[in-house]
Design a protein around this ligand. Structure first.
Ligand code: 0L1
Ligand code: MG
Length: 256
C-alpha cells in the first residue's frame, strides 16, 4: 500500500470511528496540495467501495470569517456523498462525530455540467436551483487544527450537510442577509457577499478547481458554496436554524 493510501485509510478510519488523529503534516511536513487531493480521493473511494454515492462537492474557506477561524487562507474543495446528507428538520447524533461545528451555506443544484474556466454568467446558466443549507464540519484532526494540505486530505472537514427548499436561481444572490440561530438565539449574522463577494464566484472557482483534479461538476450535483460565518461548536439538545433572505430557512436538531 502506498503512503498516500495509508494516510487515506487513517483519515477514513478516523471518520468511521469518530476518533481524532494527528495532523498528516506532523509526520510528513513536505505534504503537497497535490498529494492531499490524491489522499482525499483515495479516502472517499473507500466510502464508495462501501456503497456510498457521490452527490456533489463542497467549497471550503471561501469567506474571511472561515479563513480567520481556522488560520488557513486558501480555498479548498471536498466531495459530498449521499451518506453525509441529513434530513431537513431532522436530527444528528453527536456519537457519530468528533468535535462537530455547524455553518450556514448556500447550496446550488446543477442543471448542467460545469468545468474549467467559466464566467459567472455561464455558472449561473448551469444552475437549476439555489437553497439555504448548513454544513456540519468535523475535522478528523486533534483540536480541529490543520494546515492547508491536512484539511484538503481530510475532505475539507466535511462530514454532513442539510439543504432547505430549492428556489429559482435567477435572482440577486450577491448580498442576502444570513442568520444562524441556536435555541432561538441569534449566534452568527452574515451576508452571502461573504462568499468571495458573490456566491456564484465560489461556483466559478469550484469548476476550475475540480477540473484541475481531472473531474467536473455534473448535472444533478449539489455544490455547497462555503461557510458564510464562523462555525460554532455543536452540543447535545441544540436546535439549529439558518435563515437566508429570500431563500428561506433550514433546520437541524442535535440529539440530547
Ligand atoms: O473550517 C474548516 O474545517 C475548514 C474547511 C471547511 C470550511 C468551509 O466549508 O467553508
Ligand atoms: Mg462549509
Amino acid at each position: 500500500m502506498s503512503w498516500l493510501a495509508d494516510f487515506a485509510e487513517t483519515l477514513d478510519q478516523a471518520a468511521v470511528g469518530a476518533r481524532a488523529v494527528p495532523q498528516l503534516t506532523h509526520a510528513r511536513p513536505d505534504l503537497t496540495v497535490e498529494d492531499a487531493y490524491a489522499i482525499q480521493k483515495l479516502s472517499i473511494d473507500r466510502r464508495l467501495d462501501r456503497g456510498e454515492r457521490l452527490v456533489g462537492i463542497k467549497m471550503g474557506l471561501t469567506s474571511r470569517a472561515k479563513m480567520r477561524q481556522v488560520g488557513v487562507d486558501q480555498m479548498a474543495w471536498g466531495r459530498l456523498t449521499d451518506a453525509m446528507m441529513l434530513d431537513e428538520g431532522g436530527s444528528l447524533s453527536l456519537a457519530n462525530f468528533i468535535h462537530p461545528r455547524i455553518e450556514p451555506e448556500i447550496a446550488f443544484l446543477m442543471g448542467a455540467p460545469l468545468a474549467g474556466r467559466v464566467t459567472m454568467v455561464e455558472a449561473l446558466a448551469a444552475v437549476a436551483a439555489v437553497a439555504p443549507a448548513m454544513e456540519v464540519i468535523d475535522s478528523r484532526y486533534e483540536d480541529f487544527k490543520f494546515a492547508l494540505p491536512d484539511v484538503i486530505a481530510d475532505n475539507s472537514s466535511s462530514s454532513g450537510f442539510v439543504i432547505g427548499g430549492w428556489n429559482d436561481p435567477s435572482q440577486d444572490l450577491s448580498n442576502l442577509g444570513v442568520i444562524l440561530e441556536i435555541d432561538g438565539a441569534v449566534t452568527e449574522v452574515g451576508s452571502s457577499a461573504a462568499i468571495l463577494g458573490h456566491p456564484l464566484r465560489s461556483l466559478v472557482a469550484a469548476a476550475a478547481m475540480v477540473s484541475q483534479g481531472g473531474g467536473r461538476i455534473e448535472e444533478g450535483d449539489i455544490v455547497l458554496a462555503g461557510g458564510i460565518t464562523a462555525a460554532p461548536a455543536l452540543h447535545g439538545g441544540q436546535a439549529i436554524r439558518t435563515t437566508i433572505e429570500n431563500l428561506g430557512s433550514v433546520a437541524l436538531r442535535v440529539q440530547a
